[in-house]
Design a protein around this ligand. Structure first.
Ligand code: HEM
Length: 391
């Protein structure tokens, strides 16, 4: 089996695997931490779904625990099942759909200061928007006045999760965490459980105060990071592909449903999945597609790499929303932006609602101009600046 360098892999996962990965279902990554990349859809499905009981959450989640404690996305087994059952109704599709008027109002207010010809850092605007929507849906709170400060603090914490050391006293990370704690503590101080939102559900449970706070932070981290990341990528891709951009605007102008819009979202999540990699740790020695994987290894499933595999997608590197308008005959784990199995994204309905409303609401009013020299969005890229033109 080919040995790939972990460092080179993480720098450019798609390019590196396409160049060096041959066709192996499982690739070993040389470097600290005995990592393996599970690449083929059938093997991915086994890790995340069929054989999931042989795995626990991986080391990235264990690092996240230092910030947020025992939250849904860091728990395993029976504890995870119980927490998931407790929180699932909050993110239920029908509940999220009932917030459509509030989401539309937040979107309206986010755009109220935008000027024709202005250049804006789109991602920053979208982070605040996504956070205020999450505040309303999950916390039953109006975060509008805190959104900028809170979004910045959450972004700092998000970036520090992969670090090896816990946040140290006096550092930016520690201060950011304190800002988040203060905001939440102020909110929790005078709140009684009063509905079916996340905050009320947690307050009604018998979970300790620290766990409740951690859970709220984990959800807000996802809200501030994931939908804005997808939306930034969508505008980048539309800005680079004039046929797709025309199709997108034409459907909006004709008020002809959302088939093309949905396809734009699907294709964006394929090319720029906000959760690039998912990790798991085998609790016993396992075999994955004939390869022996020792207990304690770091098993990576990479939506990013699998989504760019020519064996599953024609012209896999190309942005072609049309591919989603035809029937979908790919193996099920060839497309997994929201993961699969017991830990599959609980926030998907909320994420989809934010993405759909934001793309349609902004696209109806504005042409979002992307600089041809702008680098593709990614963890190492600067935020995308765009030029707004009123339509
Ligand atoms: C486009 C947006 C999003 C994408 C692509 C995404 C992706 C994912 C993926 C791949 C997982 C599985 C991780 C694993 O298996 O270890 C996940 C889990 C999770 N997501 Fe999302 N997510 C998005 C938005 C959101 C939002 C808006 C929220 C909540 C506000 C959220 C909350 C969560 C939580 C709590 C989990 C853990 C679930 C569990 O372990 O049971 N996500 N997400």
């Amino acid at each position: 089996m080919r040995l790939l360098s972990a460092r080179a892999f993480f720098r450019d996962p798609v390019g590196y695997v396409r160049e060096r990965g041959e066709n192996g279902a499982v690739l070993r990554l040389a470097g600290p931490g005995r990592s393996l990349l599970v690449r083929d859809p059938e093997a991915v499905w086994r890790v995340l779904v069929t054989d999931a009981d042989s795995f626990r959450q991986g080391k990235w989640k264990r690092r996240a625990r230092r910030f947020v404690g025992d939250t849904l996305n860091t728990l395993d087994g029976e504890e995870h099942r119980r927490r998931r059952a407790l929180l699932q109704p909050v993110l239920d599709r029908w509940r999220i759909a009932s917030f459509t008027p509030q989401i539309a109002a937040r979107l309206e207010s986010a755009q109220s200061g935008w000027q024709d010809g202005a250049r804006i850092e789109l991602r920053t605007e979208l982070e605040r928007l996504s956070l205020t929507i999450a505040g309303e849906v999950l916390l039953g709170a109006d975060l509008e006045n805190d959104a900028a400060r809170l979004a910045d603090a959450l972004t700092v914490v998000m970036r520090s999760v992969p670090r090896l050391t816990p946040p140290l006293r006096g550092t930016r990370h520690k201060r950011a965490l304190a800002t988040i704690h203060d905001t939440l503590d102020a909110m929790l101080a005078d709140r009684q459980p009063s509905g079916d939102d996340l905050l009320s559900t947690l307050l009604r449970s018998d979970l300790p105060a620290g766990t409740i706070r951690g859970e709220l932070i984990a959800f807000m981290l996802a809200a501030v990071d994931e939908p804005p990341s997808a939306l930034e990528a969508a505008w980048f891709l539309l800005g680079r592909n004039s046929d797709a951009e025309r199709g997108f605007h034409a459907e909006l102008d004709a008020k002809a449903g959302t088939a093309y819009l949905d396809a734009v979202i699907a294709e964006t999540l394929r090319l720029f999945p906000p959760a690039r990699h998912i990790d798991r740790c085998p609790v016993e020695d396992v075999r994955i597609d004939g390869t022996r994987v020792r207990a304690g290894s770091n098993v990576l499933v990479s939506p990013l790499v699998t989504h760019h595999d020519d064996r599953h997608y024609d012209d896999a590197l190309e942005f072609r929303p049309e591919r989603w308008l035809d029937s979908d005959e790919r193996p099920k784990a060839a497309y997994l932006p929201f993961g699969a199995g017991a830990h599959t994204c609980i926030g998907e309905p909320l994420a989809r609602s934010i993405m759909t409303h934001a793309l349609a609401g902004i696209g109806r009013r504005w042409h979002v101009g992307v600089d041809p020299a702008a680098p593709p969005p990614g963890p190492r890229s600067p935020k995308l600046s765009v030029t707004l033109t009123r339509r």
